[in-house]
Ligand binder design. Structure first.
Ligand code: ADP
Length: 434
């Protein structure tokens, strides 16, 4: 038992004994005990009242003087209060320090409350977005009015950042990264990426210009090669050399064409055209081209691949006819290039409430899982021998990925070594014309 409680117990016992003695002496024992009890209650109430007064203004008032259990209670509360004050000031120091650090960051940091209003921002955010002190408590979207930012904010999917021109100047490029935390609050980090953006732009322009400049001389060289190859008195050895030159010329032309397509897709920021494209005729024409490729290669017609197209009539997608034709052709032509003659290639279109899938299945050699995550990188090839008969440059799937991104779609690749591969294009339901 603690000392305060023991003292209080002794006080109550002594007081009761005193009341009993007085009651016995005056002959009114019950009344004396009742009055004595009431007195003790009044004294206890007074202590509670003093405690209440002190708690209300404990920052300025000293704790009341008391002994016994009440003295213990006041002391414990004082200790608790001092500890709380100490912790509060430590926490405040941490908070101040983290605010100082965030203030000094070169990136803009903006805290948003659950309504999307600005709760706090650092100096860099002020500089990058032109915010002022009195912009606090106003909706962020009043300051960043770009429709893409609105869509990004509303989507709730913040794994990726988005790049947009600054609200003040088209010459400044900003990267926005939202993070949700707490109960619906958000943190926006704004980074100035103008320099990286300009370098990336220069790289794209360089590739686009070089590809264009190479196309004309290559056409001239291939023209002369064709004429020379038809010359009747050409020796056999030269004939083979011309065939090789022609083959390599074709590869270079296809590489340059792919590079031009890719840089067009990269530089054209606009989302793809909003045509309503009927899938059955489009895929029929892709299959017709692939059949020609399959039969016209080194194979004879009777040994060509077996194509199967499963697609309901009337299925339509919103997008660019030219781009989608290019994406599906790339996938079906790859199936022809990489699977053995006589094997089956299936193009299957299925749709449900989540969207629409166009899957190209083949019975080719399959792809080792370690290559799959890198297949859509530019110039990535599983078989590195660029002179092999299938010899593409590794740009096809890169083009497919870009086209699908522009259609809000995803490319899924699954494959089993020795069994075949499946390249699936998933379009969200907003892209499907119902
Ligand atoms: P390429 O021009 O080399 O075909 P792609 O970007 O179209 O370039 O394909 C990249 C690599 O992916 C290819 O080099 C090939 O190794 C592999 N690949 C693509 N499609 C298939 C397929 N259907 N079956 C097996 N491998 C494939």
């Amino acid at each position: 038992m603690n000392r305060g409680f023991q003292a209080e117990l002794e006080r109550v016992l002594l007081y009761t004994a005193f009341c009993v003695l007085v009651g016995w002496l005056n002959g009114y024992l019950t009344w004396t005990l009742v009055i004595g009890g009431a007195g003790y209650m009044a004294w206890t109430l007074r202590q509670i009242y003093r405690l209440d007064i002190w708690l209300r203004d404990s920052d300025t008032l000293d704790p009341p003087d008391a002994n016994g259990i009440w003295g213990d209670i006041f002391d414990s509360m004082l200790r608790l209060q001092n500890r709380q004050k100490r912790e509060k000031s430590q926490l405040q120091a941490v908070l101040n320090r983290s605010q100082e650090t965030t203030k000094a960051l070169p990136d803009g940091v903006i805290l948003l409350d659950k309504k999307g209003n600005i709760a706090w921002f650092n100096i860099a955010a002020r500089r990058l977005l032109g915010l002022h002190e009195d912009d606090q408590d106003h909706p962020l979207q009043n300051y960043i009015r770009h429709p893409s930012f609105g869509r990004y904010y509303d989507s709730g999917e913040y794994q990726e950042s988005i790049d947009l021109p600054s609200p003040h100047s088209q010459d400044i490029r900003l990267q926005y990264q939202l993070t949700a935390f707490g109960r619906g609050e958000k943190l926006l980090v704004v980074r100035d990426i103008t320099r990286i953006y300009k370098l990336e732009q220069m790289r794209k322009d360089f590739v686009a210009n070089v590809s264009h400049e190479l196309r004309t001389p290559l056409t001239v060289i291939r023209g002369y090669l064709e004429t020379l190859a038809m010359s009747p008195d050409l020796p056999d050895t030269m004939q083979r050399a011309f065939e090789q030159m022609d083959h390599q010329g074709k590869r270079m032309t296809s590489l340059i064409n792919d590079l031009i397509v890719l840089s067009k897709l990269e530089t054209d920021d606009d989302v793809s055209a909003d045509q309503k494209i009927e899938l059955l005729p489009l895929l029929n024409s892709v299959v017709a081209d692939a059949t020609a490729l399959s039969g016209n290669g080194t194979l004879s017609d009777d040994k060509a691949h077996v194509f199967e197209l499963i697609c309901d009539e009337g299925l339509k997608l919103r997008g660019s006819q030219k781009e989608l034709q290019s994406a599906f052709s790339n996938l079906v032509f790859n199936a022809v290039k990489y699977s053995p003659v006589g094997s089956a290639i299936q193009i299957k279109v299925s749709s449900n409430e989540n969207g629409l899938n166009v899957a190209v299945n083949d019975e080719g050699p399959g792809i080792d899982p370690i290559h799959i995550p890198r297949l859509t990188e530019r110039f990535y090839r599983v078989d590195d021998s660029r002179t092999s008969s299938t010899g593409g440059a590794g740009l096809g799937l890169s083009i497919v990925k870009h086209i699908l991104l522009r259609h809000d779609a995803r490319l899924g690749i699954s494959s089993t070594l020795g069994r075949g591969s499946c390249f699936n294009c998933h379009f969200p339901s907003e892209r499907v014309v119902r």
